[in-house]
Design a protein around this ligand. Structure first.
Ligand SMILES: Nc1ncnc2c1ncn2[C@@H]1O[C@H](COP(=O)(O)OP(=O)(O)OP(=O)(O)O)[C@@H](O)[C@H]1O
Ligand SMILES: [Mg+2]
Length: 293
């Protein structure tokens, strides 16, 4: 039987202390988010160059310096061989444990016992590991958070799926240290969600809570037990290989088939990535409405 740690639900801080020089990072499969303490409470950091708080977890290596977020997404059409995404689905896994997505613009292989993504880099490099991608993303997020706070941030809390294996967690910690953080703590994503939920609510004793978190690449379905302000995961039946990205792929395959059979159009490479991004948009539009143009 898996034994899960107990986590004490934090109390809201009323004043800033030195130990508040910390950043919390949700390193998502599809989007990253970071939060810091400000005088008026916890605030999310503008991460993307557009000023948006959510940073698409896309990195482009077609220029000397890596490019992150929306700008990297936009480059997918013209530089697909230099763009990486979904690296959270690869980090810390063995090659035979990776679900290869036929729509990835990169290939996955093994080099000296390490899983690598084959890409086209500005400096002629041809491979990169998911750990290096996570390091680059975290370095960028650290810079943005420090710029926002005007102070160095050495401490970090990173959320990871509850079902992450030891190898996935260790690799994430290594990437975080390489990004320049000194003090790294990992927090299971469902626990972070429960903290956020209970911070402003009455915490019931002896309650059992069901949490359902369908992210971009991972599904966490957890049952917690709450006792004396402590949370313990008692069951986790998530799927680390199921998320919104898979719905995009189903839509993409549908439209690709339609274009092919109904209109006899074969998708060119650049249009393929446009269609993938359009499918994601269509899916999101269809949440609040019944049609999408
Ligand atoms: N309005 C919406 N309707 C349907 N799906 C949506 C909507 N908004 C976002 N999504 C989808 O949710 C997913 C992103 O969710 P989220 O930001 O929770 O994931 P993540 O944290 O990046 O991934 P993970 O937690 O799996 O690592 C994407 O697949 C996105 O397309
Ligand atoms: Mg998430």
């Amino acid at each position: 039987m898996l034994l899960y740690k107990h986590y004490t639900i934090p109390k809201r801080l009323n004043s800033l202390k030195s130990e508040t020089c910390v950043v919390g990072i949700d390193l998502g499969t599809s989007r990253c988010c970071a939060a810091v303490f400000r005088l008026n409470g916890v605030t999310t950091v503008p991460l993307d160059n557009t000023g948006e708080r959510l940073l698409p977890s896309y990195v482009s290596y077609d220029e000397e310096n890596a490019i992150f977020g929306k700008t990297a997404v936009k480059r997918l059409r013209n530089f697909p061989k230099s763009i990486v995404f979904d690296s959270k689905r690869i980090i810390g896994r063995n090659l035979n444990d990776i679900e290869i997505d036929s729509n990835w613009p990169f290939r996955i292989s093994e080099n000296n016992g390490k899983v690598v993504l084959e890409i086209k880099r500005f400096n002629d490099g041809t491979t990169i590991t998911a750990e290096e991608i996570a390091t680059d993303l975290l370095k960028y997020i650290k810079e943005k958070a420090e710029e926002f706070q005007g102070t160095p941030l050495n401490n970090v809390v990173i959320t990871v799926p509850a079902a992450f294996t030891e190898a996935q967690k260790e690799t994430t910690v290594r990437a975080t240290k390489l990004a320049g953080f000194g003090n790294v703590n990992l927090l299971p994503e469902p626990i972070a969600a429960a903290f956020a939920y209970f911070i402003d609510r009455h915490i019931p004793d002896n309650a059992k809570v069901l949490l359902f978190d369908l992210g971009g690449g991972t599904l966490d379905v957890c049952i917690f037990k709450i006792q004396n302000d402590e949370i313990q995961i008692i069951s986790n039946i998530g799927d680390t290989k199921l998320g919104g990205r898979d719905f995009d792929t189903v839509l993409f395959n549908h439209f690709k088939h339609q274009l092919d059979t109904k209109y006899h159009i074969t998708l060119s490479k650049d249009k393929k990535y446009k269609l993938i991004l359009d499918c994601q948009q269509i899916k999101e539009d269809l949440s609040p409405t019944t049609s999408s143009m």
